[in-house]
Design a protein around this ligand. Structure first.
Ligand code: CA
Length: 228
């Protein structure tokens, strides 16, 4: 049974989500503030975290940033109170996998949870056959079977979306894609994201790959991005 941790200070939302998780075959853990949430995220090893942004103690951004900083790649879906772009982008920048704006329908949340968990499973659990799906370009190697990225001999920890974006660009080396095309190909057409989401992920990737001089991912002014 998949274990889901919900970190939310609003009792009515926390209990509603928790109840619906349990009736849908998940084990639900609850935390009512940031400190408790962070502690449970570390000690309980949940399969996914639903994380409110505005929390007493440590806020959602900080929890996300802290966990990612510790190398914890548990999928995170953020709950944002405002549907403003800055919230979404900030959440994604801190390493969240998805966000959902309040008020949300429980069916939508369950669908997002399912989608995020499925993506992680597809990425993580594949048995490695004889020929692994690997691309190496320069100092960078991506292994699609193992869901691993090695840069200059060092493993790079990426979130699901960062990995997918990098993988897509590497598979299509030299091809320029617009932000809309990347949203479409990497996030999927059902994803109602803004094109800035792509920029945020590219920025995050560059930071993790030490790619300040754009030796891997190149910005094509007025067009989009390509892998060199
Ligand atoms: Ca709150």
């Amino acid at each position: 049974m998949k274990k889901i941790l919900i970190i939310e200070d609003e009792p009515s939302i926390r209990e509603l989500v928790s109840y619906n998780l349990q009736t849908n075959g998940y084990e639900a853990l609850e935390a009512e503030d940031g400190t408790q949430g962070l502690a449970k995220a570390r000690s309980e090893g949940p399969d996914l975290i639903i994380l409110d942004i505005m929390l007493p103690g440590i806020d959602g951004y900080e929890i996300c940033r802290t966990l990612r900083g510790e190398g914890n790649n548990t999928p995170i879906i953020m709950l944002t109170a405002k549907s403003e772009e800055v919230d979404k982008v900030l959440g994604l920048e801190f390493g969240a996998d998805d966000y959902i704006a309040k008020p949300f329908g429980i069916r939508e949340l369950l669908a997002r949870i399912k989608a995020v968990l499925r993506r992680y499973e597809n990425g993580g659990d594949k048995e490695t056959g004889s020929a692994e799906d690997v691309i190496t370009i320069g100092d960078l190697t991506i292994n699609f079977d193992r869901h691993e990225v090695i840069e200059d001999g060092e493993a790079v920890e990426l979130t699901y979306r960062e990995f997918e974006l990098l993988g897509f660009l590497m598979r299509n080396e030299g091809h320029v894609f617009t932000r809309d095309e990347l949203l479409d190909k990497v996030w999927g057409i059902e994803y109602a994201g803004e094109t800035r989401t792509v920029d945020v992920h590219v920025r995050y990737l560059r930071r993790k790959l030490h790619d300040d001089d754009e030796k891997y991912i190149e910005t094509i002014r007025g067009k989009g991005y390509k892998f060199k």
